[in-house]
Design a protein around this ligand. Structure first.
Ligand code: NAP
Length: 449
């Protein structure tokens, strides 16, 4: 077989990396892609960010089987961390180009008093917990209070609210982590308050996620806005179809008969000022806001109020992390880039490129743009001509790095799906790194031990 004319490493196996690999293999018949992930399993946020009750959205991971592996020009190297197991410079020697697609996994701070109290948690960690992330599956949350407060009103807040309010009988049919399921089964939370600093017209959640609430066994209440004001906003938004529909849906949700044991409250025009309590959160102090003329800013008034709660979850967005040897825009939490090009031979896609916005599908166009930049540099001769042809697999094996390849991933996948099938779930996730590595071994290796 001829050596590939374009050898590319993709770092991070979430949706943006997937789309980049797919695009590259389709667009360049001589391309060979090696994808690296620090975790044993491919999928990134598709496995650890997508909500368990939306598990059909994880289907994007199947692209690996259908398109990437089937191409014969794609390899997966799980359990390999760039910067720990192999450096960026070393990797660069083996590839014409490297695309970073490692996402935005860090949380953002509110910078208010009490943020370090027990019971004040980041949605990034909470989501990773219920999705069985190996670094978070053993985290513990105190779910004994009757009320939880979520700060921020984006789709992550809605995901977390559903997990806290949906009956466990329903959640047990999803691929939620068993540890989280058991903890949620004992939860005493009856009310979740989603606090938005601006009004309903500026809320960050999207229409499909709101519409979904209509069919769940949860009562909905609106606070910080009355029906008359909502009617006015709906009239003002009439030319913006999505906005008008979102507002109308909120209004309809609030008017549904109240008949359930658990309640979701959308509280608008409030900002968190402080978390109160000794060692542990016991209440949150909120400031009441007005809106700037164009709605772009929440303006504080002198009025405040407080809510008793033992659990405050910050769902105010994610942040990218700086990577060794690479430039970083700390303000935006991204790798500075132009159309995905960081420098000759180094590229970025997904949330690390554009910030943490957009649904899974948004990564398709984003990765297409990045791949176009790779191909442009390639056609202009801007990529290095000579690379170290030693197979990276040999280099990793020599360093005793126990990487997960396609065969090993298929073993894990098979084990999880078979275990799920037995109990009526799409998949029963293996939670710890050790369990995953164990399942990755071929059956004969396990039998022969
Ligand atoms: P997001 O959509 O950016 O929402 C963040 C929320 O936090 C906003 O309401 C924002 O208010 C608020 N906020 C930020 N800083 C704050 C502060 N200091 N004090 C109070 N509130 C603050 O973030 P996300 O919910 O993490 O979602 C990230 C991306 O993933 C989004 O594009 C989302 O659509 C996507 N996602 C999609 C799905 C899905 O498709 N089902 C599920 C999860 C996530 P302002 O607007 O006033 O700044």
């Amino acid at each position: 077989m001829n050596a590939p004319s374009l050898r590319v490493a993709i770092i991070g196996s979430g949706p943006s990396g997937l789309y980049a690999a797919d695009e590259l293999l389709k667009a360049h018949s001589g391309a060979q892609v090696d994808m690296f992930d620090r975790l044993a399993t491919p999928g990134g946020l598709a496995r650890f960010g997508v909500s368990p009750d939306h598990h059909q959205r994880r289907k994007i991971i199947d692209i690996y089987e259908r398109q990437l592996f089937a191409s014969g020009r794609f390899r997966f190297f799980g359990n390999v961390e760039i910067g720990r197991d192999i450096s960026h410079s070393e990797l660069s020697a083996h590839y014409h180009g490297i695309i970073y697609s490692s996402g935005a996994s860090a949380d953002r701070m509110l910078n208010i008093p009490g943020e370090d109290l027990n019971g004040a948690v980041a949605a990034t960690n909470f989501v990773a917990w219920y999705n069985g992330h190996p670094d978070h599956h053993r985290d513990q949350y105190d779910l004994r209070g009757e009320r939880a407060v979520l700060i921020g009103n984006g789709n992550v807040a809605l995901d977390v609210a559903r997990m806290l309010l949906l009956p466990t009988a329903y959640l047990s049919k999803t691929d939620i982590s068993e540890i989280a399921l058991n903890a949620l089964a004992k939860s005493e939370i009856k009310e979740v308050v989603i606090v938005g600093r601006r009004g309903p017209a500026q809320a960050a959640f999207t229409l499909p996620e709101l519409l979904e609430l209509k069919h769940l066994d949860i009562d909905i209440e609106l606070q910080g806005i009355c029906d008359e004001e909502l009617n006015k906003l709906i009239a003002e938004a009439s030319s913006r179809v999505e906005s008008a529909l979102r507002l109308r849906t909120l209004q309809e949700l609030a008017k549904q008969p109240k008949r359930h044991a658990r309640k979701l409250i959308f509280r608008f025009m409030h900002s968190p000022l402080a978390l109160l309590g000794e060692n542990k959160v016991s209440a949150i102090q909120l400031g009441i806001n007005t809106l700037s003329h164009d709605g772009s800013k929440a303006l504080a008034t002198s009025e405040t109020t407080a809510l008793d709660t033992q659990l405050v979850i910050k769902a105010i967005g994610y942040r990218g992390r700086a990577l060794p040897e690479l430039p970083f825009d700390a303000e935006r939490g991204i790798l500075p880039n132009e159309a995905g090009r960081v420098s000759s031979g180094v590229y970025v896609t997904g949330w690390l490129k554009r910030g943490p916005q957009g649904v899974i599908g948004s990564n398709k166009m984003c990765s297409k743009e990045t791949v176009a930049s790779v191909l442009k540099d390639c056609s202009q001769g801007d990529l290095k001509q000579a690379i170290d042809e030693t197979d990276i697999a040999t280099r990793l094996s020599k360093a005793n790095i126990n990487y997960i390849d396609i065969k090993a991933w298929r073993q894990i996948n098979k084990t999880e799906c078979a275990a799920g099938l037995q109990v009526g779930k799409p998949r029963k996730k293996l939670l710890s790194h050790e369990e995953l590595m164990q399942a990755a071994q071929p059956a004969d290796a396990v039998a022969g031990r």
